[in-house]
Design a protein around this ligand. Structure first.
Ligand code: DQA
Length: 142
């Protein structure tokens, strides 16, 4: 089972970026955790990160074209702004799981709307790096 894990803007700075909110693990640490858990679940992890919205749109389409089993996406701040990501998720059949390290609903008002969550199959938020592992387990079982 091929699982794409897409990460949006500023997540390349994980580990250094507001560690009180996002934790001290880097995106590479998270990738290694997902690969290990993926092996146990029979999932191959294709992990990507971009600060550019259009790349995330292209990779959602690619996941569908490559026959992925599921996509996990942490869209970063594009969560709260991107109609393009909303439409891209709706344009593919592969199930998409929205992932957040923090719980956006417990934070500033501008984080309370998720265009991605409105189109996604499911959302996992608030467990730090554990959100990715929980999302992978859920996605593997779909
Ligand atoms: C985030 C939450 C977003 O509101 C924020 O813009 C991020 C990270 C999270 O994983 O908690 O960049 O997606």
């Amino acid at each position: 089972k091929l699982v794409y894990v897409l990460n949006g803007p500023n997540l390349n700075r994980l580990g250094k970026r507001e560690p009180a909110i996002y934790g001290s693990q880097t995106l590479e640490d998270i990738r290694a955790m997902l690969v290990e858990r993926g092996e146990a679940l029979g999932c191959t992890i294709e992990m990507r990160q971009s600060n550019h919205e259009g790349f995330l749109v292209d990779w959602l389409h690619e996941a569908e074209d490559e026959g992925a089993h599921a996509v996990l996406i942490n869209p970063g701040a594009y969560t709260h702004t991107s109609v393009a990501l909303h439409d891209a998720i709706r344009s593919i059949k592969v199930p998409v799981v929205e992932v957040h390290l923090s719980n956006p609903h417990a934070r500033e008002d501008f984080r309370h709307t998720s265009w991605v969550g409105m189109a996604a199959k499911a959302t996992v938020a608030g467990f730090g790096a554990g959100s990715y592992l929980l999302a992978l387990e859920g996605a593997a079982a779909l």
